[in-house]
Design a protein around this ligand. Structure first.
Ligand code: 6PG
Length: 243
């Protein structure tokens, strides 16, 4: 399903509402809500909104377990850390128990950290996540699943190491094996810079080795694309809603 929003601010509010709705559904009967947060810049405004009274008061934070879809292999206080971004924008501002924040240890040896994270996930999850939040890069990557990399072909492991093409930083990423087992997978894509690639991903030939976002196809779960009009610029139709 594709949900279109007129502006980046409307997109952020829409994603925040979406997260609250998924969390409410999962915790309604006292159950846990397991969510993997995305890194990058698009989610910052979403996390900031989630921390406001309007949204935070609607989430049972004592039942929420937070994970990450990927992490850069840097210390947790590094400006590039996805954990640090979520900590500053959201986690330090809501009453989530510290032991329910499951960060990827980017400061450790990447292989060891990936194995430890997989162990932690398998100990806590009885299948996929309730919600995996993902972004999409201009090259069609998602999480740290980059074009042409073997991580895309991983069918057994839930967590592997990866190499970002543009720099020396190693990454640790969830694989399609776990993402596609999740109950909800939601992409949030903003900006005209992504419009051409988004058209390829959504409407072009299926070539996940070159367009990793195409590898994310939940089996029984629900895939949602939440995009703003700038990112939707090459897609047919136009925004007709009111938000
Ligand atoms: C990361 C993210 C990455 C991100 C995309 C989109 O660690 O950088 O996991 O996959 O979601 O690159 O990033 P923007 O939202 O900043 O465009």
């Amino acid at each position: 399903m594709i949900e279109r929003f007129p502006t980046p601010a409307a997109l952020a509010a829409g994603v925040a509402r979406h997260i609250v709705a998924r969390a409410s559904g999962a915790t309604a009967g006292g159950g846990r809500f397991t969510i993997a947060l995305s890194g990058g810049s698009t989610p910052r405004d979403v996390y900031g909104l989630l921390a406001t009274e309007e949204f935070a008061g609607r989430v049972e934070w004592g039942l929420v377990h937070v994970f990450w879809s990927d992490e850069r292999c840097v210390p947790p206080d590094d400006a590039r850390s996805n954990y640090r971004m979520a900590k500053e924008t959201l986690l330090d501002r809501v009453p989530i128990p510290g032991h329910q924040i499951h960060r990827i240890r980017g400061e450790d040896d990447p292989e060891r950290a990936a194995r430890a994270y997989e162990d932690e996930l398998r100990a806590l999850l009885d299948g996929g996540l309730d919600l995996a939040l993902l972004g999409m890069g201009e090259d069609g990557h998602t999480a740290s699943l980059f074009p042409g990399q073997t991580a895309l072909l991983e069918t057994a492991c839930w967590v592997v190491t990866a190499q970002a093409p543009e720099g020396a930083i190693r990454r640790i990423t969830l694989t399609p094996a776990l993402l596609n087992a999740s109950r909800h997978v939601t992409f949030m894509v903003s900006g005209a810079g992504k419009a051409a690639r988004l058209e390829q991903v959504l409407q072009g030939p299926f070539i996940p080795g070159l367009l990793p976002a195409q590898a994310i196809r939940p089996g029984s779960g629900r895939l949602t694309w939440m995009i703003d009009e700038a990112a939707a610029g090459r897609l047919p139709g136009r925004y007709c809603g009111s938000t």
